[in-house]
Write a protein that binds this ligand. Structure first.
Ligand code: 13P
Length: 349
């Protein structure tokens, strides 16, 4: 199957009432783990790469990794998505490197640090939409800055994120503005700020409504039920993965992620894309630490990368099942990007 656009996948997810995990990848092992999980559970795939991942792996390598994923698994629809594009130029370079979807994160300026105001965000995102839709590539925008409602701190990941302290009006997406933003920019999906942040250290306790603002999802859904929402920073940071890392020499302080049941609740109210990177990193790291601790004479990277991939695959399979994506891949027939472009042009999307 050819690469598929995010819009087609999210429309299908909305029609059938499920959510799709979007897994970040940097390398071959992560790509293979996601694809094996998708194959086993018959799930559609969103692979995403941040700017950090593109710099780490090299665009050419990533492009061929995606092509390999598509060729290895012809029955699985695969969307390749640019995570947190910081400028129209970054989004354009992703498109020219074969991505079928881009995120223009205008909640921050191009430096990836300074919050962008409304006018900047609308203009930059609208520009990317104009460009991307011409070639059938879909666009995710973001309104509101990701960060903790507990500390007021923005998050920082792969060199992207606000470093200082923000007030709640910046850390929570305003539902009325969200509707206006989507109408003005014509984005296919909207990432919202609701107290989630990237990385393992999201919450100092199991989150309740004051620090994980699920009401924002419900308010937006009430206003526009067909709007596809994206939850960033949605790793659940499972206790068993923290325990494995710490059992084998890690020193991760106790922390809490986004409970799966909260994500499942969000899916009932229009959350369609759920971004997960940290959980995969932790699954991998736990197994590598275990081999390092138990087999000290071992030096073949495959001896620790194989169990690492198996653990990541299990994590991905679990999320596909939990979000209702399992069993959906075989009912999707990829619409070529050129046909998606025509649909945008004709106003059918
Ligand atoms: P986590 O760090 O919670 O996995 O979030 C990843 C993410 O949102 C990528 O955009």
């Amino acid at each position: 199957m050819a690469l598929i656009s995010l819009r087609q996948l999210l429309d299908h997810a909305a029609e059938h009432g499920y959510g799709l995990p979007a897994f970040n990848i940097n390398n071959m092992e992560q790509m293979l783990s996601v694809m094996a999980a998708a194959k086993k559970t018959d799930s559609p795939v969103i692979l995403q790469a941040s700017r950090g991942a593109r710099a780490y792996a090299n665009d050419l390598v990533l492009k061929h990794l995606i092509m390999a994923a598509v060729e290895l698994y012809p029955d699985i629809p695969v969307c390749m998505h640019q995570d947190h594009g910081n400028s129209p130029a970054t989004c354009l370079s992703a498109i020219t490197n074969g991505f079928s979807s881009v995120m223009m994160d205008g909640s921050l300026h191009e430096d990836g640090k300074t919050p962008g105001d409304w006018a900047y965000n609308v203009a930059a995102t609208g520009k990317v939409v104009d460009m991307a839709h011409m070639v059938g590539v879909s666009v995710e925008g973001e309104l509101g800055v990701l960060g903790s409602l507990e500390t007021g701190k923005g998050d920082k990941e792969d060199g992207h994120g606000f470093e200082g302290t923000l007030d709640h009006s910046q850390l929570l997406t305003d539902p009325d503005q969200a509707i206006d933003f989507v109408a003005k920019t014509k984005v296919d999906a909207l990432a919202i700020a609701m107290g989630t942040s990237h990385g393992a250290y999201k919450f100092s306790r199991k989150p309740t409504g004051d620090i994980l603002a699920m009401h924002v999802v419900k308010e937006i859904n009430k206003r526009q039920p067909n709007l596809h929402m994206v939850m960033h920073g949605s790793s659940s940071v499972p206790q068993d993965l923290q325990d494995i890392i710490n059992k084998y020499g890690g020193e991760m302080p106790q922390t809490f992620g986004v409970p799966v049941e909260e994500i499942q609740e969000g899916i009932k109210y229009g959350v369609r894309k759920i971004n997960i990177d940290t959980d995969c990193r932790m699954a991998i790291t736990g197994q590598i630490r275990k081999v390092f601790a138990e087999k000290k004479a071992e030096f073949d990277p495959r001896s620790y990368l194989k169990p690492a991939m198996a653990a990541m695959q299990t994590l991905c399979e679990t999320r596909y099942q939990q979000f209702g994506a399992a069993g959906r891949a075989s009912s999707i027939k990829a619409v070529p990007l050129a046909d998606m472009a025509k649909r945008y042009k004709d106003g059918a999307l």
